[in-house]
Design a protein around this ligand. Structure first.
Ligand code: AKG
Ligand code: FE2
Length: 353
């Protein structure tokens, strides 16, 4: 029986060229080689950069430009699409201080989007939380098309990367994309972190985002040149925060709590945080790629995990005791999480849900 080693900590976030996963003419051996690198990163830090991902740079610039134009508007104009207008679909704008991580307001403002679904979609008709149409601003009007194009491009990339993760676990490449993630739940955010003093009024660091882990399976983050993302490395009980600086042409990828749990803690969901010390606005665009709302989730029976016991420290990382028997829909799991972040939305989501 092989026990996974306890985290040895890490010095930096590795860079992985995923060209073979997105290129349909690559050989299985080439895709396996990428998958192996991904698997190693998932076991060690749960974080890696991807390059060679094939997402159109012009699209990324178009989206960034439109986003910056939106955030530069007066706050009253931005509030025309405030999140309360999005109801239980959980879309729209929130102002600086409107989101809490670890119980403290973050120094960031942002826009929430997801897969664009019309009123006739069965999940929308059923009043399913987090599903519905997006709220797009009137100005700049270009944001709408840029967001929708980006959602399509990143959804494709998400499926390719999940193919790599499946291979790394000894599963069929389409294990996720033909299974629990065939109809993925896609949440997309655009954040602006305004500049300001490093310390808040109460003497605590003025986190852009406080320390947290992500809820789902896979996060793909585009960040601008400002930097400030840090990832927690723990070795022999000693904590170090490792910078994940911007690398042009890359996305930062990380594993969320659900994949951690599905792999019995072998693939790690690692805490991270943001402190914008650049002296100017920082733009970041996290894309969350998760199982479908009604997908039944249970621990994976993967060849690569067969002889591996639950990670030693997994129980410290999970917030439920029944990790081995965990079973339920992804939607139920997620609903249990989201209310903590937006207290004012909890009542709305739950009353409609
Ligand atoms: O903005 C960033 O760099 C990270 C954001 C993040 O961690 C999140 O939204 O979960
Ligand atoms: Fe995060």
């Amino acid at each position: 029986m092989n026990s996974p080693p306890p985290s040895r900590g890490f010095e930096q976030v590795p860079v992985i060229d995923v060209r073979a996963l997105v290129d349909s003419s690559s050989t299985l051996a080439e895709r396996q080689a990428v998958a192996e690198q991904m698997g190693a990163a998932c076991r060690q830090s749960g974080f890696f950069y991807v390059v060679g991902h094939g997402v159109d740079e012009a699209l990324q610039r178009r989206l960034e430009t439109a986003s910056r134009r939106f955030f530069a508007l007066p706050v009253e104009e931005k509030l025309a699409i405030r999140m309360a207008r999005g109801g239980a679909a959980w879309r729209g704008y929130f102002p600086v201080g409107g989101e809490l991580t670890s119980g403290r307001p973050d120094r960031k403002e942002g826009l929430y989007f997801g897969t664009e679904l019309g009123p006739e979609h069965p999940l929308v008709r059923a009043g399913t939380p987090l599903h519905g149409p997006n709220l797009f601003p009137q100005e700049p009007s270009s944001l709408r098309e840029a967001v929708l194009d980006y959602l399509a491009a990143l959804t494709r990339l998400g499926h390719s990367l999940m193919g790599g993760i499946a291979l790394s676990l000894g599963l069929e490449e389409d294990h996720f994309s033909a299974g629990s993630m065939a109809d993925p739940l896609v949440l997309f955010r655009i954040f602006n972190y305004p500049p300001g003093p490093d310390t808040a009024e109460d003497g605590q660091p003025a986190w852009g985002v406080g320390e947290h882990t992500d809820y789902g399976v896979l996060t793909l983050l585009e960040q601008d040149e400002a930097g400030g993302l840090q990832v927690k490395s723990r070795a022999d009980g000693e904590v170090r925060w490792i910078d994940a600086p911007p690398i042009p042409g890359s996305f930062v990828c990380n594993i969320g709590d659900m994949l951690d749990r599905m792999t019995r803690g072998v693939y790690r969901s690692t805490p991270h945080r943001v402190l914008n010390r650049s002296g100017r606005d920082r733009l970041s665009l996290p894309f969350f790629f998760d199982p479908g709302w009604n997908a039944e989730i249970r621990p994976l029976e993967a060849p690569a995990l067969r002889d591996t016991t639950t990670a030693e420290d997994a129980h410290q990382r999970w917030d439920q005791r029944s990790v081995h028997t965990f079973q339920g829909t992804y939607g139920d799991y997620l609903l249990g999480k989201v209310g903590k972040v937006f207290p004012e939305l909890r009542s709305e989501v739950l009353s409609n849900g």
